[in-house]
Every structure is written in structure tokens, then in C-alpha cells.
Design a protein around this ligand. Structure first.
Ligand code: ATP
Ligand code: MG
Length: 252
């Protein structure tokens, strides 16, 4: 893919975000910003508020309080702008079982004014050979590839992947990581929600840790190692640093 325009500066800005579902407080105070061209990791325990945060960024969920700006607009108010420029990994399981790979891409391409080229996208995600295969005959890794292709079909400037590598074998995860790296190399800003510290280590320029609906940390992997006291000079991995940080974080 050759990108005609690449945005510069801050592309995602989230400040003081709050969101409750009935009596469940999902977000209390999430604040972070993501720069153009970055790969940005979002980590945190199960139920911390990561998916809720990225849904507010993608504009599929409206926050109760705080401010979200994506490419200069409020994603909940300006759905049209955000839909065309922000790709969000679709819950792949929602596709009809008999829908074929290429059909799914062509169907979704029709929603966008300037979609990506379907055959090229099929080749990029490694599904060209499987383009006639129905969705329910795809392996887990192939479904993830299709999810990536669907997130990229609108030729977005920003793409959000929520737990893309969960449930894949090591080789599948490596392949998906290479694919994400390729997306990043193409100048697309990547937001990656993951529980895998090695994904963050290999792909992300910066990361945020969200815990109990609040951002506890925003910085580079090296900064996380430094603040957690496990490195540099220490001997810990990024996973050790993350776990140490989460365990030290004050409970609220
Ligand atoms: N639609 C909803 N209705 C009620 N509660 C919700 C809803 N969506 C999320 N929650 C709650 O909000 C909190 C944050 O959920 P969220 O899905 O954002 O967490 P997460 O960090 O993505 O977790 P995981 O790592 O398990 O995916 C949880 O307590 C969850 O149960
Ligand atoms: Mg989640």
C-alpha cells in the first residue's frame, strides 16, 4: 500500500475519560496521547478498561466524561470522518459462516469512499490463496488475518487491534506481528491492546498501563523498566517490569 497522505503530530488524544455501564464503573480517569506513526500498546489486567477505552477512540462507544480527539475530531460526534480514517479490528466471529474471504472484503470495501485494493490487501495479509474459503473453514490465525484485512479495508490512518494475537500459536503470533510491523512501516498509526509483553517489546514505541479504569503509566518500554526498578542495570524482562509495576500500583 502506498499512502497518499500521512497525518503528523498527535493523532489520538484521550483526557480524563470516564465511562460507567449501569453500576459498573469501567473508566474513571484515562489519559493518554498517541503520535502519528507510533505503535502504541495498551496493557492492563482483565476488566481494566482497555476495550472500553479503544471503543471510545473508535467512536463505537460514547464516554460519560472527559475528552477524546482522533485526527482532530470527536469520534462519537463525527462518525463519518472517523469511520473512514480509523480502522477497528472487527470481532471476526460476527461474520456469517458461509461468507468467503474475498466476499467479506468486497462487502466491507463498499462502505468506504476510497477503499484499499482488495487483491493487494489479500496478498499483504497472506490470504490470497484462501480467498474463496468460507469464514467458518478458516483457522484461528487465518481469521485473525481476515480481521486485520477488514481493519485496513478503508485505507485508514489509524488502526486499532484489540487482542489480535490471543489464542494463536507462537508461529501464528510471529506472523501476525510481522504483519503489524508492515502496517506500521507503511506509516499507519497502530494501537495495540495486548496481554503479551513480547508483542509490546517487538512492536511498540510506547505503551500505557490501564488498571481499574485509570492510566497508571504512559511511556516507553525502557521507561517502564526504569520506573519498576527491574532494569536497566537490573535483570528483569519487560514482563517482570510490568508485573512489578502492577503489583506496586496503589489500589484505589
Ligand atoms: N457493555 C457492558 N456492560 C456492562 N459492563 C461492561 C460492558 N463492557 C464492559 N463492561 C465492564 O467494564 C469493565 C471494563 O471492561 P473492558 O472490556 O474495557 O476491560 P478490558 O481491560 O478490555 O478487559 P480484558 O483484558 O478482559 O479484555 C469490566 O468490569 C467490564 O465487566
Ligand atoms: Mg478487552
Amino acid at each position: 500500500m502506498t499512502r497518499a497522505h500521512v497525518p503528523a503530530g498527535t493523532v489520538v488524544s484521550v483526557s480524563g475519560l470516564s465511562k460507567a455501564f449501569r453500576n459498573v464503573v469501567a473508566l474513571e480517569d484515562v489519559t493518554l496521547s498517541i503520535e502519528a506513526g507510533e505503535a502504541f500498546g495498551i496493557l492492563g489486567p482483565n476488566g481494566a478498561g482497555k476495550t472500553t477505552t479503544v471503543e471510545c477512540v473508535a467512536g463505537t462507544l460514547r464516554p460519560d466524561g472527559g475528552r477524546v480527539t482522533v485526527l482532530g475530531v470527536d469520534p462519537a460526534a463525527d462518525r463519518a470522518t472517523v469511520r473512514g480514517r480509523v480502522g477497528y479490528q472487527l470481532q471476526a466471529a460476527a461474520l456469517p459462516p458461509a461468507l468467503r474471504v474475498e466476499e467479506a472484503l468486497r462487502l466491507f470495501a463498499a462502505f468506504y469512499p476510497e477503499p484499499a485494493d482488495v487483491p493487494e490487501l489479500l496478498r499483504i495479509v497472506g490470504l490470497h490463496e484462501h480467498r474463496k474459503r468460507p469464514f467458518d473453514k478458516l483457522s484461528g490465525g487465518q481469521k485473525q488475518r481476515l480481521s486485520i484485512a477488514l481493519a485496513l479495508i478503508g485505507d485508514p490512518d489509524v488502526v486499532v487491534f484489540d487482542e489480535l494475537t490471543t489464542g494463536l500459536d507462537p508461529q501464528g503470533r510471529r506472523d501476525i506481528r510481522q504483519l503489524i510491523q508492515r502496517v506500521k512501516d507503511d506509516g499507519i498509526t497502530v494501537v495495540l491492546v495486548t496481554h503479551y509483553l513480547d508483542d509490546v517489546e517487538r512492536l511498540c514505541d510506547r505503551l500505557a498501563i490501564i488498571d481499574a479504569g485509570r492510566t497508571r503509566f504512559v511511556g516507553t518500554p525502557a521507561e517502564l523498566l526504569a520506573v519498576s526498578g527491574t532494569g536497566p542495570g537490573g535483570h528483569g524482562s519487560l514482563e517482570d517490569a510490568y508485573l512489578a509495576f502492577i503489583e506496586q500500583a496503589p489500589a484505589e
